[in-house]
Design a protein around this ligand. Structure first.
Ligand code: GLN
Length: 552
């Protein structure tokens, strides 16, 4: 029988250290040593899931096949590994308490007083155990937040108990910390790491491995000092230096510091030699691009780094596949309104309008789409991006000047995007959108069909509103192709303009299914079209110059 081993990853000193990336990288390295890995994240906040949170609060909401709305770290897990993810891979305090309270209401606790220890901690441990099994060698559980946070306490208690339940030899505690370099003192400081490990040890967790985020090299002396004060072996103090080029370099620096070997040894795992040659080849392509292309992402949450995380990643993936550097120009939709599309978007090679909610920014997005349509600039619309594209088409091509989505204008004259009957009766916000994987049938020969090379595809969704079928005929007559629908033909999933160089918009979120080693076909198709436009422009410019020269 396989005894699943468990790795618990905690973080200290400051947040935003890239714990998710570190976990994803560890998962990737173990997978490439032949181990069957699962990943999971605990988020100590009280929301049941991040689905109801603003992107400003939380960044992107990452959607899984099963429709779970999860933390964006799960996006890193999927981009780095092949581990299957489900709603069991992301728990919050809210979700844990909801389960405990439901049990209490059903009388499952048989008259006992329900308490944090043992009832809440039992529920947390059950969530960890759910991922273990015959077909799993290692479960990596990431604890969100920083050691010392009040909300994180029950989770720390639970993971401490876990080693007592299944034996310390089957558990490994990795603590990610920050070793700041103080310019004024001219040296790196280990004290914050010492304090953060002290906090962990107060709860009874002695970390086995410390991964130290640093801006500069972690010297041998430093590592030895940290080891001594934190009670870990010197070789278990691992440097994780800031990356210059790409997040996909993180696994390499962990390999250089032999983290994979250490984990395999400490957990007594039977693993094969590491093979990451394809990953190294991918990094080479990132470092040595042969072309460059500029893509404008016109959105509403542009200033916030993480709001469109997977969209930015997917654009990069497409660039890697095409040996090109994708320069992403993040554009606030309201700037397009204020300054005009020509000024803000003139010169870009492609325009992408991502998903979103609410009114703000919509006029600017529509303006950007008009610019792309009229100037023949490759355009890719995602979810709200599709909805804006059909509104723009309705208003400026079909002539329905009052067209809108009922999300913005309930009683508009031409609701080209509206709620389906099933959504009309919903009153609760959390988890009630059209969520998760749905099939889509593509029209033969369409751009989408060419990109995928397949007639039936599956993509993840997260939206309430849909294209209003009453307008299909009118749109078709004016040159829009409904190139993807649900297999029963009822829901519009993809629209495109065959007369345009590349104008494709989708109701789904393809950005949740792209990997650095396998770019999503639609992102690839879009970036390729943008590259072609740039090359054509360059050629035309060279020809113009040559003509001028020969004329003079
Ligand atoms: N707000 C739109 C809807 O609910 C689009 C959602 C999205 O872009 N994810 O349908």
């Amino acid at each position: 029988m396989t005894q699943t081993k468990h790795i618990f990853v905690t973080g200290g000193v400051v947040s935003s250290l890239g714990k998710g990336l570190t976990c994803a990288s560890i998962g990737m390295l173990l997978e490439r040593r032949g181990l069957r890995v699962r990943l999971q994240k605990f988020d100590p906040y009280i929301n049941v899931d991040p689905g109801t949170m603003s992107p400003y609060q939380h960044g992107e909401v990452y959607v899984l096949d099963d429709g779970a709305e999860t933390d964006l770290d799960l996006g890193h897990y999927e981009r780095f590994t092949n581990a299957p993810l489900s709603r069991d891979c992301n728990y919050t305090t809210g979700k844990i308490y909801q389960a405990v309270i439901n049990k209490e209401r059903q009388g499952d606790y048989l008259g006992r007083t329900v308490q944090v220890i043992p009832h809440v901690t039992d529920e947390i441990k059950a969530a960890v155990r759910k991922l273990a099994g015959e077909d799993v060698d290692v479960v990596i559980t990431e604890l969100g937040g920083t050691v010392g946070d009040i909300e994180g306490r029950p989770f720390l208690e639970a993971i401490r108990q876990f080693a007592l339940d299944i034996g310390k030899q089957n558990c490994l505690y990795i603590h990610l910390t920050f070793v700041p370099f103080l310019k004024a003192a001219g040296e790196a400081k280990t004290k914050p790491t010492q304090h953060s490990v002290e906090k962990l040890r107060e709860i009874g967790i002695q970390p086995d491995i410390l991964v130290c985020r640093t801006e500069r090299e972690l010297t041998k002396d430093m590592a030895e000092k940290i080891a001594l004060f934190c009670n870990v072996e010197p070789r278990a103090v691992i440097e994780e230096r800031d990356k210059e080029f790409s997040i996909y370099e993180v696994p390499l620096s962990l390999v250089e510091n032999r983290l994979d070997e250490l984990i395999v040894e400490k957990l007594g795992l039977r693993a094969r030699m590491l093979d990451i040659s394809d990953w190294r080849a991918m990094l080479q392509r990132i470092k040595n691009p042969t072309h460059e292309v500029t893509i404008a992402v016109v959105g509403k949450y542009i200033k916030y780094q993480d709001a469109y995380k997977s969209v930015y990643e997917s654009l990069d993936h497409a660039g890697i596949g095409l040996s090109s550097r994708v320069v992403i120009r993040r554009i606030e939709a309201e700037d397009v309104e204020r300054e005009g599309a020509e000024r803000v978007l003139g010169g870009v090679d492609g325009i992408l309008v991502p998903g979103g909610f609410g009114y703000r920014g919509i006029p600017g997005k529509i303006e950007a789409i008009r610019f792309a349509r009229e100037r023949g600039v490759p355009f890719f619309g995602i979810c709200l991006g599709l909805q804006c594209a059909v509104i723009e088409f309705a208003r400026n091509v079909v002539g329905l000047t009052d067209a809108n989505t009922t999300e913005i204008e309930r009683n508009c004259q031409h609701p080209v995007v509206c709620l389906l009957d099933a959504q009309h009766t919903i009153t609760q916000m959390g988890g009630t959108m059209r969520l998760g994987l749905y099939p889509c049938a593509l029209v033969e020969g369409s751009r989408a069909h060419q990109a995928y090379g397949q007639a039936l595809v599956h993509e993840r969704h997260r939206h309430r509103y849909e294209f209003n079928n009453q307008y299909r005929q009118q749109f078709t007559a004016n040159g829009m192709l409904f190139s993807g629908t649900s297999p029963d033909g009822k829901l519009v999933e993809v629209v495109e303009l065959p007369a345009h160089p590349w104008f494709v918009a989708v109701q789904c979120h393809p950005e949740f299914r792209s990997k650095p080693t396998h770019a999503h076909p639609l992102f690839r198709g879009f970036v390729k079209a943008a590259l072609e436009r740039r090359e054509a422009k360059k050629k035309a410019e060279a020809a113009r110059r040559a003509a001028l020269l020969s004329a003079s």
